[in-house]
Write a protein that binds this ligand. Sequence first.
Ligand code: NAD
Length: 450
Amino acid sequence: MRIHDLVQHQRTFYYTESTKPFSFRREQLNNLRNMIEEHEQSIIEALYKDLHKSEFESYTTEIGFLYSEITSALKNLKEWMKPQKVKTPLTHAGSKSYLYQEPYGVTLIIAPWNYPFQLALAPVIGALAAGNTVVLKPSELTPETSSLLKEMVNKWFDPAVFAVVEGDAEVSQELLEQRFDLIFFTGSVPVGKIVMEKASRHLTPVILELGGKSPTIVDEDANLDLAAKRIAWGKFTNAGQTCIAPDYLYVQRSVKPELLSKLKQAIKDLYGEDPLYNEEYSHIVNRRHFDRLSEYLNDGELIAGGERDEDITAIEPTILDHISWKDAVMQDEIFGPILPVLTFDDLGEVVAEVRDHEKPLALYYFSENEEKQEEILSKLSFGGGCINDTLFHVANPHLPFGGVGQSGVGSYHGKASFDAFTHSKGIVKQTTKFDLSIRYPGRKHGLKLI
Ligand code: NAD
């Protein structure tokens, strides 16, 4: 079906009102879960072919995440859908006020390649739970996962409700030419800007899940053993191709030598002596990104890793010391297994530097001092993050996930996913038993019985 016809087909179906009842939404969510269950092995194989992602990582960061989001949506959906009664002021005497939860209608979801399965379907859960129809465009850079998604969705869903359109930027642009009721985009900042611009022609609301350079700050009083383990894990999971990966390390001078030595050990503990050929270690998605990352290896002083294998597009977990904000590695989001290290003496310097750059998607601060923790949380703006950990906030369904400023617009996960795809319609239900003349000009104030 042509893209234009598909969108029309979904719109016609949407106006049959079929997507709105609880039973229909529950059926779609069950379908989604059954679809994933049936294809679990093929999903793991596709992720391995696309990114050399291990079975363990595929399960924990892609498949398992989706099961828990679907379970939470199924458990709470009835409650989320209910019109919610809100207070009514005295001036409105006689009436009652409500929020009605209304789907947007026909929605578009555009996905990236780094968690190509999870980041494609996690927003779909919110969209279907909220009673919308969905056109999903997966990333062309992970073709195995993209074609599997298409095959699975074709088998399990009516295209009037949920359809996959495969393709590259050109196809994405053609989709953006259509009139959707909401666009949910996950990807880079430059493409996010294109999406917002295209959406503005119809004033279509957008949710933009973007990226940026997420700082990881280790202060002098941090638990260094745990900081090293948790930073190494957060940075090198999926070979650093994670939107909320620690992008760079900012370490207090007095603990720097000890932290760096513990980080090197933590990398060995995670991936052994030869990480390039470790089955648990992901590869770089393609040659273009491999070459882009390789350029960064010329910056600063290499103190760990640095080995590459271009035949399999893999780069070792790498640490670069003596880095300054002027280095190439500090200009853009790294999105790979390279950790540059900056040094600070006073926390005030860190606050000033981070404020001087775009608001990051995530921030991680390691310290035992609660006052300083609160200082960081109050002074710096970022999407979300952790104190004394990395990545973990993304897996708590009670925490909305999203960016701020250039790292994104809007949020999702758990109830926030339902809210992201729902318009909350404010309604006053007025009495017809009496009429307060107070609002009418030139009339005597008072109560008029009808
Ligand atoms: P990308 O912006 O290059 O591509 C994302 C999607 O947009 C793909 O489906 C692609 O086909 C499409 N696209 C590419 N160029 C386009 C264009 N000119 N017009 C319209 N559509 C276009 O991003 P990516 O390389 O796939 O992903 C990496 C980026 O995504 C990183 O910046 C990362 O931080 C970010 N990201 C953010 C999150 C989050 O949840 N906030 C999650 C994962 C990745």
